[in-house]
Ligand binder design. Structure first.
Ligand code: PLP
Length: 365
């Protein structure tokens, strides 16, 4: 029987709300701990560029005014930065907003979405939201198995969209440009390949921007939330053909990026020294964490981003023990990886605190 609670699609009932990293304030409230280290949401532990503060301050007198719905200045800056026309850019309230706009623009309930096992969980959520069929292709060594994904598209002629996260969250795996290009070239023109490059600043060698010059069915989605350190402001962007951008711009909300976020992102983009500093610090700390995991006898997956997945028996209990001692990491049971934790690479002090705490938990001292 129909009721006001009957969702648009039955698959919506299968959706669980997205599990975010526990906020620091929540942990303080729940566990009464005062000194909290959060290594759970792949945020930049160095914060953001100092240029951002000035840009935000300049906007404070204008808060009664709507932002520029077309984000003219940020789009111009992104067009220069990516050597692309501003007509190819769509702005979003974080890249999650763009993934959502993409699914709403192109995927109907008769369509199929293909993605990899252990890929960013939002892709399967979007399929359920649209009442579409989702095909999760088994992973190959924790990464995307492009040959199997190609086969899945071939086997499912109603495939409308393929999501690929590169580097992938939560596994940190990265695909070679050549393999990705071959994959895109093998796709029917009717299939939109969405490359989610949320962590691309940590692996610039894998930049696939060139695919846009060759293929009209590629969309690249990026964010200011990770290396640029603006997760709290919510800004992302999509690069695509002008025709795809035109459709996305019809679907997005008219003022989906705030005045402050637009100004902050533009300022952040101009400070590539900060991005370089971020990359160097991340790499140095990643190598240190790898050594510590080796010393603790814990297996990990080589990561190309700003987090690392570590295998740990009893991960649920270990996660709980870490929380009680004020250390927030990300358990991965929701991904079917119940023996793994994902740790965001922090600054030296935070990483040391994690390793010391982990050491004391594992050695029961
Ligand atoms: C692969 C990937 N894509 C997209 C996002 C969404 O980030 P945001 O909406 O903050 O841009 C995340 C965040 O964790 C991510 O890991």
């Amino acid at each position: 029987m129909l009721s006001p609670l009957t969702p648009a699609y039955d698959s919506i009932l299968e959706l669980a709300p997205y599990q975010t990293g526990k906020p620091v304030e929540e942990l303080k409230r729940e566990y009464g701990v005062s000194d909290v280290v959060k290594l759970a949401s792949n945020e930049n532990p160095l914060g953001c560029s100092p240029h951002v503060t000035l840009a935000i301050t300049e906007q404070l007198g204008q808060l009664a005014r709507y932002p520029d719905g077309n984000g003219y200045y940020l789009k111009q800056a992104l067009a220069d930065f990516n050597n692309i026309s501003a007509k190819c850019i769509t702005l979003g309230n974080g890249s999650d907003d763009l993934l959502d706009i993409l699914a709403r623009s192109f995927v109907g309930s008769d369509d199929v979405i293909v993605y990899s096992q252990y890929a960013f969980i939002v892709y399967s959520m979007l399929a359920k939201m649209q009442g579409a069929t989702d095909i999760e292709v088994p992973t190959q060594r924790f990464g995307h198995d492009l040959a199997a994904m190609r086969q899945a598209v071939e086997d499912n002629p109603k495939t409308k969209m393929v999501f690929i996260a590169n580097p992938n969250n939560p596994t940190g795996t990265m695909l070679e440009h050549k393999a990705l290009r071959e994959f895109v070239a093998s796709m029917p023109a009717s299939v939109l390949v969405v490359l989610d490059e949320a962590y691309i600043e940590y692996s610039p060698e894998s930049n696939n921007r060139a695919l846009l010059d060759e293929f009209d069915n590629v969309v690249i989605v990026r964010t200011f939330s990770k290396a640029y350190g603006l997760a709290g402001l919510r800004v992302g962007y999509a690069l695509s053909s002008p025709a795809v951008a035109d459709l996305l711009n019809r679907i997005r909300q008219p003022f989906n990026v705030s005045r402050i976020a637009l100004a902050a992102a533009e300022a952040a983009l101009t400070d590539q020294d900060f991005i370089e500093k971020t990359r160097v610090s991340n790499l140095e700390q990643m190598r240190w964490l790898e050594k510590q995991f080796d010393a603790l006898g814990l297996a990990f997956i080589k990561s190309h981003a700003n987090f690392i997945m570590v295998e740990i028996e009893d991960a649920v209990a270990i996660n709980q023990a870490l929380l009680e001692q004020g250390v927030i990491v990300r358990p991965l049971a929701g991904y079917g990886l119940s023996d793994w934790l994902r740790v965001t690479v922090g600054v030296a002090e935070d990483n040391l605190r994690l390793i010391d705490t982990l050491h004391s938990i594992l050695n029961d001292d």
